[in-house]
Design a protein around this ligand. Sequence first.
Ligand code: IPM
Ligand code: MG
Length: 350
Amino acid sequence: MPGDGIGPEVIACAAEVLRRVRPDVECTEAPVGGAALGAGLPALPVETRALCDRSDAILFGSVGLPQYDGLPLAQRPEYALFLLRRDYELYANLRPVRVFPGLEEASSLRPEIVRGLDLIVVRELTGGIYYGQPKEQRTVDGVDEAVDTMIYRAPEIERIARIAFDLARERRKHLTSVDKQNILETSRLWRRVVSTMSAEYPDVRLEHLLVDNAAMQLVARPGDFDVIVTENMFGDILSDEAAILTGSLGTLPSASIGAGGSPGRQFGLYEPIGGTAPDLAGKDVANPTAAILSAAMLLRHSLADDASAARIERAVDRAYADGLRTAEVARSGGAAVSTRAFTQGVLARL
Ligand code: IPM
Ligand code: MG
């Protein structure tokens, strides 16, 4: 589902890489977001949803276009993502953040601060203020007002925390749980549930941070983070912050997984986290890395094919090690390659 902005270009690249490593995977394309709205369809057309029902996984570009700003959620491209996450119960959003060796210079932080950075944000994706009811604009006593509701039930916290604890156990055994417990009741529940669970994970070091402090620590000492688990909106904000530490939003993939699928075939949605970048669209300059690595995550999580995933990841690493750079990460004065040329570079290194 290519979607809007740079989505179609980068998804075409990712699909090509995917087909090259796994020619047996059947890929079907479907309209979503602004691309669907523009054709007079809803943001998530019925046929697109039916295709998802028949599929093992979704490779998703991005949705959102400036012309829809200001309209109610149900009339905006983003509504597609809102529905897909909710209806397929994709409650766990995994956003790995890595700095490619040689790309430290592209970061706005000093290279020695970001070198070797390797963390993962585990964002709760189907609860909290995104979905709580009531959620509306209304007029009371002649005054316009609006309400969003932040609500969490303990089992929702527990299932996302479990994914994060399990991940931490496989990694550097350090889990940072982010909340705002000095103000929010949902955060007090969050902290209590996560703390209680830590007894089951004595080998994992659990740390709690308030979200404002976490935002600061992420730029002050990013290398100290391993796994970060947090609620929906904090995760949305912190993951963009974490991503740009690497120098480009264009390099970061994501996986949204949850309850669906069968053993070894976990249903999931895989997307670059960088968004539609309308200013770059159609110019063959966008970085396809995030989309290509999202295809790798799809292979790993939904098709249980670690080998092909690793093959793609190695090819991308090599492309960077060999100096291939799209415009947004090229050194000033350094040569930049196009979206297509970068992808050719990855295909050649598979
Ligand atoms: C993201 C995006 C979405 C979100 C938007 C497009 C609705 O920012 O996936 O991070 O807020 O979750
Ligand atoms: Mg976001």
